[in-house]
Design a protein around this ligand. Structure first.
Ligand code: AMP
Ligand code: GLY
Length: 429
């Protein structure tokens, strides 16, 4: 089987490594990959938003299975394009991808199908959003409120404002922060409090198979301080959700969501990702994502024991309910090593050292490149990795328990270095 993975981050490196372990895979391609991905897959220079070129590539190279990493291609309708050409692809169709691509669509969908979520309203201009705030529906001028751009904004479109003045500033700044298209509509939400947990699942349109629950640490600084990032580290651990909490989430969120998709005339096939807040009133849905998370995937896939190709076949054939997906017992942790200046102005081009010294971990590359060999190096064949993005590496370990997974990941992280390297020491705390 020839497999194509779409994307270029740590998530896609983890997906490629997982496909690389499958006996069913003959050739593995990644569009467009990175220097780490290039060690396990043939990288193809096509960007995720060029869905026609990706479909042409898949046809010309007899790709049997395509796996989409990120939301950009899904929101553009890559699945519809591939399926119209008879190509097999894992991901939701364009209509289902709106669950992530439009916050107002997602919130209206939750409301239509009774999925518990924060109270919200959608405004079609900044001025109307400010009027909504002043109406008092979201509390007084001292109440926290969450301001969200409707469209895709790579994590930059959400501001948890401490009070009305901050919310007004966020509304006024949103278009310059995320672009006018993503900020065409503004969603205001009641601010919820509680523990956050993410629950991802494989879905075949009818059945689902849950993955281990996971937690992401989104802020750059320890103790959850500083600006939001794409994610600085993740854990998987059974203690994140009790059996009762999991059952409540299945009953109040997952079932209504899957039924809702069917009732609205589309099916959800691919990876469904629920961002959940465990509030004093029970679990409430923060958001849907329609794909694997980054770096959730790194911590999840290191525990997957079943062949990913078999799971993909089951998703495509609608037989997910009849396969038994096995996970390594215990826990896992992924610690992200980021560049100086991340998230606002990441510096790139720093030489990475120590990768050869680590053991018992998988190091997934998020933003790396290979350096030009130094002049007069005399034909050294060792690749020299340099930083090429904000998040650079995801050091990922499993363990019989969370403490073991974390100490293994941190011990390896301490052996890797590059100028300006920053990482959080409190992942999983
Ligand atoms: P989202 O992309 O919608 O999940 O938002 C990103 C992050 O913002 C979430 O992981 C939460 O930490 C925070 N957030 C979003 N919506 C709310 C809310 N209604 N109340 C409190 N925090 C929120
Ligand atoms: N780590 C958060 C996300 O992938 O959306």
């Amino acid at each position: 089987m020839n497999v194509l993975v779409i994307g270029s981050g740590g998530r896609e490196h983890a997906i490629c490594r997982t496909f690389g372990k499958s006996s069913g895979v003959t050739r593995l391609f990644c569009a467009n990959g990175n220097a780490g991905v290039a060690q396990v897959a043939e990288c193809v220079p096509i960007k995720p938003d060029d869905i026609l070129a990706l479909a042409d590539f898949a046809t010309q190279n007899a790709i049997d299975l395509t796996f989409v990493g990120g939301e950009t291609s899904l929101a553009l309708g890559i699945v519809d394009e591939f399926e119209s050409r008879g190509l097999r692809i894992i991901g939701p169709c364009k209509e289902a991808a709106q669950l992530e691509a439009s916050k107002s669509f997602a919130k209206d969908f939750m409301a239509r199908h009774g999925v518990p979520t924060a109270k919200f309203t959608t405004s079609h201009s900044p001025a109307f959003a400010i009027l909504e705030l002043e109406s008092g529906d979201f509390g007084d001028e001292n109440s926290p409120v969450v301001v969200k751009a409707d469209g895709l904004a790579a994590g930059k479109g959400v501001v948890v404002a401490k009070n009305r003045a901050e919310a007004v500033a966020a509304i006024n700044d949103m278009a310059s922060l995320v672009g006018t298209a993503a900020a065409e509509k503004i969603v205001l939400e009641e601010c919820m409090f509680g523990r956050e947990v993410s629950l991802l699942m494989f879905a075949d349109g009818e059945d689902i198979a849950l993955m281990p629950p996971t937690r992401d640490h989104k802020r750059i600084g320890e103790g959850d301080t500083g600006p939001n990032t794409g994610g600085m580290g993740t854990i998987t651990d059974a203690s994140l959700l009790t059996t009762d909490e999991l059952q409540t989430i299945i009953d109040t969120m997952i079932r209504p969501t899957l039924h809702g998709c069917v009732r609205e005339g589309f099916r959800f096939r691919g990876i469904l990702f629920l961002g959940i807040m465990m509030t004093a009133q029970g679990p409430k849905l923060l958001e849907y994502n329609v794909r694997f998370g980054d770096p959730e995937t790194q911590a999840i896939l290191v525990r997957l024991e079943t062949d990913l190709v078999d799971i993909c076949e089951a998703m495509l054939d609608g037989t997910l309910g009849s396969i038994d997906i096995k996970w390594k017992l215990g826990s896992s942790a992924c610690v992200v090593l980021a560049s100086e200046g991340y998230p606002s102005k990441p510096r790139t081009g720093d030489m990475i050292s120590g990768l050869e010294n680590v053991s018992n971990v998988e190091v997934f590359h998020s933003g790396t490149a290979l350096s030009e060999p130094p002049a007069g190096a005399g034909g050294s064949t060792q690749p020299q990795f340099i930083t090429a993005g904000g998040r650079v590496l995801g050091v990922t370990a499993t363990g019989d328990d969370l403490a073991t997974a974390l100490s293994t990941a941190y011990s390896a992280a301490s052996k890797i270095s590059f100028d300006g390297m920053q990482y959080r020491r409190d992942i999983g705390k």
